[in-house]
Design a protein around this ligand. Structure first.
Ligand SMILES: Nc1ncnc2c1ncn2[C@@H]1O[C@H](COP(=O)(O)OP(=O)(O)OP(=O)(O)O)[C@@H](O)[C@H]1O
Ligand SMILES: [Mg+2]
Length: 137
């Protein structure tokens, strides 16, 4: 599939202003409902920011409906989940798209077995909330 046409220059200008004034280094794109344009918005922002000269790492953290690699024609079998389970370092599975300034970390393999995400703890144990007696310093 062809990458979506950039249509985020207005948002890019606003975000560049914000980034300069607030030293913003990371942005999260999310929404409350499916199909509202999260992936398209994130891709278009990443492309336009990279074209404007920024070094950008686009991370597909949607582990339910990942689409960045498909939209950009990149490898989708390795990425964020591969790093989370300790099978690769970020730099090993990050891909370059277009210019050297835009790097992409795909979501990676999403297990079809719903019990398998427990592996994302990295040691085979399911995540559990901190005990009531835990303290913070
Ligand atoms: N600004 C826009 N104007 C018109 N159509 C758009 C716009 N942004 C996205 N779309 C279209 O809407 C559909 C859904 O977009 P996208 O996949 O980006 O949404 P999403 O929120 O990431 O979806 P999901 O919840 O499945 O992850 C796609 O067909 C996309 O081409
Ligand atoms: Mg999406």
């Amino acid at each position: 599939m062809e990458p979506p046409a950039p249509r985020s220059s207005g948002r890019r200008t606003s975000l560049q202003t914000l980034a300069v004034s607030q030293r913003v280094r990371a942005l999260v794109v999310t929404s409350s409902l499916p199909g509202e344009g999260k992936t398209t918005t994130a891709i278009n922002l990443a492309i336009t920011m990279a074209e404007a000269g920024s070094r950008v790492l686009l991370v597909d953290a949607d582990l339910r409906r990942p689409a960045v690699s498909r939209y950009l024609g990149l490898e989708g079998s390795v990425g964020l989940t591969t790093v989370l389970i300790g099978e690769a370092e970020v730099e090993d599975v990050t891909q370059v798209w277009g210019s050297e300034r835009l790097h992409v970390l795909s979501a990676g393999h999403i297990p079809s077995d719903p019990s398998e995400p427990a592996r994302l703890g990295g040691d085979g144990r399911a995540w559990s909330p901190p005990s009531a007696s835990a303290t913070t310093s």
